[in-house]
Ligand binder design. Structure first.
Ligand code: SAH
Length: 222
């Protein structure tokens, strides 16, 4: 791969990093290409520094503003469902640390990501700049999508939605895929939705997960 982030790795975490990758490789439902992307991105850069020694445990970890960076298994799972092809335009709702968006970029997507918390939006922009990742960012309520850049080949929501926002269905390209955790605040079903034709969707219910809430016009109230 053309990416080389080796100067950012904490060398004392090398063994933990390889253990995480070996464990992900044992899960047959995960794409090897996605695991390769995870293996090159230094996750220690995306978590709060006091948690960086735990960066390669397969858990969600705190970032700022009471939000979390998604668990590596879950990043791999959602990204596998998205089936990224080079050049796909991808919209992510919930930039958070910027980790998931970076994985999408490494896989060859043109990434657009939206975050509703200013502090996280700014911090993610700094990381993208430092790593030289040309990811488009927006500070806004992502439940209404990003209509100026629609349609998107793929859309990924990384926060828990009470139901599927209609704006996101509208902004999906024909033949495009939307991956979104939907359900109660306590836990959600991962939905994979394909836009077969205008107004015609194919929905598959996948595993259960637990995400922080998606808050906004077509999400949970504050
Ligand atoms: N993809 C992130 C996960 C962050 S957690 C990562 O890789 O680290 C989910 C994020 O969604 C939080 O940062 C939260 O602030 C954000 N979020 C919640 N509701 C949102 C909305 N309506 N629009 C945009 N971002 C939202």
């Amino acid at each position: 791969m053309k990416f080389n982030f080796s100067k950012y790795y904490r060398k004392d975490l090398n063994e933990k990093r390889w253990n995480l990758i070996e464990n992900l490789k044992r899960r047959e439902e995960l794409s090897p290409k996605v695991i390769e992307a995870i293996s090159i991105l230094p996750r220690e850069l995306f978590v709060q520094s006091s948690f960086s020694s735990k960066a390669y445990e397969d858990n969600a970890l705190p970032i700022d503003c009471e939000q979390t960076i998604t668990q590596p298994y879950t990043v791999a799972y959602q990204t596998t469902l998205l089936d990224i092809q080079k050049g796909d335009t991808v919209l992510e709702i919930g930039t958070g640390s910027g980790y998931q968006a970076s994985i999408l970029h490494i896989l060859g997507a043109r990434v657009f990501t939206v975050e509703r918390i200013k502090e996280l939006y700014e911090k993610a922009r700094e990381i993208f700049k430092m790593l030289k990742l040309p990811i488009q960012t927006r500070f806004a309520d992502g439940t209404i999508g990003w209509s100026q850049n629609a349609p998107f080949k793929k859309i990924i929501v990384t926060a828990a939605a009470p139901s599927v926002p209609s704006s996101l269905l509208e902004q999906l390209a024909i033949g495009g895929l939307l991956v979104i955790p939907t359900g109660e605040r306590a836990s959600q079903d991962m939905l994979l939705i394909e836009k077969v034709s205008e107004g015609n969707f194919l929905e598959t219910k996948k595993e259960r997960f637990k995400f922080v809430p998606l808050i906004g016009k077509e999400g949970w109230k504050e």
